[in-house]
Design a protein. Structure first.
Length: 265
């Protein structure tokens, strides 16, 4: 575990392994680095250096600042600066949802950083059809915290109905995180993601090996969004994860590890 000052904010990150090749893990909105713990342990044992970040205002990274400080472009700049400060010039970028969206926005600015790109339950497009519902959830969260209707709504967004049976302790862990998190900072992190711009017209520039993974039951970034990315990114591979929704990395961690292991090596 470590903390590093990046663009005026103390960023928290976890590191595993000491290999020459680096895998960078970027978590999804309302989570933190720990969603990748099984994958980090696997790849560290395979000889990779693994770094997982907590984005600004989430996990153990400081919040504060203005909403602009939480834009996914700014977070990409933060990640690039952290990696540069650590002497890392190239990475395999693995991003879940928001973490993938940040990678898509960083790539045009720093394509030299990327050895490969893995996009898990993510999208290049915006989501105007979900904006009102997500904004109501965000407003309810900052006003009242994790009240029961909101908890049920978040579970429906992130998981299939089987999550509570399969991984009750994992689900409870994230419920506790949402309960105890700094709501103001998390709210500032939510808004740029749900109000994001559409970068679909840029992704055909991606020239590194790209893996796209999506839960078959993902309602937030449904499989059709991943299929569009596969069509536009040259030679992109697409994998579907059965019995998983938007957080397939938590519902089917072994399937995500297997997909990444086959792709990255």
């Amino acid at each position: 575990m470590a903390s590093h000052l990046v663009n005026g904010v103390h960023y928290y990150y976890e590191e595993r392994g000491t290999g020459d090749q680096v895998i960078f893990f970027g978590h999804g909105l309302m989570y933190h680095w720990r969603i990748f713990e099984p994958q980090m342990e696997y790849f560290a044992a395979k000889g990779y250096r693994c770094i997982a970040i907590d984005w600004r205002g989430q996990g153990q990274t400081e919040g504060g600042g203005t909403p602009d400080d939480y834009s996914m472009y700014r977070l990409g700049d933060d990640a690039y600066q952290l990696l540069s400060d650590l002497g890392i010039k190239q990475v395999h970028w693995v991003g879940v949802s928001m973490g993938g969206m940040i990678g898509l926005r960083l790539y045009p600015k720093h394509p030299e950083l990327f050895l490969s790109l893995s996009l898990i339950d993510s999208s290049a497009g915006d989501a105007p059809e979900l904006l009102d519902a997500y904004r109501q959830m965000a407003d309810g969260y900052i006003a009242y915290g994790l009240i029961e209707p909101l908890k049920e709504g978040l579970d429906a967004v992130f998981y299939t109905s089987k999550m509570a049976e399969r991984h009750p302790q994992v689900q409870s862990y994230w419920h506790a995180y949402w309960t105890n998190a700094d709501r103001e900072s998390l709210y500032k992190a939510i808004i740029p993601v749900i109000e994001r711009d559409d970068v679909t017209n840029t992704i055909s520039q991606i020239s590194v090996p790209t893996l796209i993974v999506v839960g078959v039951e993902d309602m937030s970034t449904p499989p059709a969004k991943s299929e569009i990315m596969q069509q536009l990114i040259p030679n992109a591979q697409l994998r579907y994860i059965d019995d998983a929704s938007h957080m397939s990395v938590l519902e089917r961690p072994e399937a995500i590890t297997a997909a990444l292991a086959e792709f990255i090596g």
